[in-house]
Design a protein around this ligand. Sequence first.
Ligand code: NAD
Length: 275
Amino acid sequence: MTVTSRTVEIRENVFMPRLGFGVYKIPADETTTLVRTAIELGYRGIDTASLYGNERGVGQAVRDCGLPREELFVTTKLWNTEHGYDAALRAFDTSRRELGLDYVDLYLVHWPQPRLDRYVETWRALEKILADGGARAIGVSNFQAPHLERLLAETDIPPAVNQVELHPWLQQAALRDFHQRHGIVTEAWRPLGGGPELFAEEVVRTVAQKHGRTPAQVVLRWHLEMGHVVIPKSAHSERIAENAAILDFELDSQDIAGFATLERGQRLGPHPDET
Ligand code: NAD
């Protein structure tokens, strides 16, 4: 199976790297160094959020790394306390100021917060941010099909991306199918399923051995074969490098069939309806 491009077009002329560096739980004072390391190792996408408290470090790395801004792809997200039209516009201004960037490449609504029931109004603010050039693309995270359906029915611009919990134990077949039907790109968070326990699965070990790769690499490669954008996180440079070395081999249909058997419908993070 071949992933032909390092990027996916998420909106006309907006190309998102299929591999990005996630910075959840990376301490603010280590963020600049680690993001610079990731960029040196070939990552071009960076995934942060106002919740993570490290947008400033991300922005500094992006500004100082020596690459033209347009070669990097920065995602940030609006937090749960920032829903509502005016609040969302203010939240975006704060994120952009923290990042110290003129624009972000992708701005996401972090969680739908269905009990609050303001995500449609919040989305209209993101449409305004897009129209004003503050973000090159807009999307959502942790949205379930009914939440997406409401956005599609009640607003003008469909989300370019839905970033959801997705790993071999939670393969999200129905949601991925919904995305495909509506032209929404699937982005996987917790792509490594948190690490060691998934890496010990017989299927993962066998596929890794067969290709002479590490378990982390074959899991990440599985995501690429499935068409997902992936954003693995690590605070160690050797693992950051390991996770990036996934573009020079392929899984075959037998490997993919093996991964299919790992589905357990198991969430490791919160349920979107309950957050
Ligand atoms: P992940 O699946 O990337 O796992 C990260 C953990 O796996 C690391 O802490 C490390 O312990 C281990 N690991 C990483 N590389 C390894 C390697 N090569 N070998 C062995 N162990 C390795 O999970 P994550 O950090 O939760 O998710 C990745 C990114 O997704 C986050 O940094 C964040 O950007 C994003 N995210 C988004 C949401 C959301 O609600 N939108 C939620 C969680 C995470």
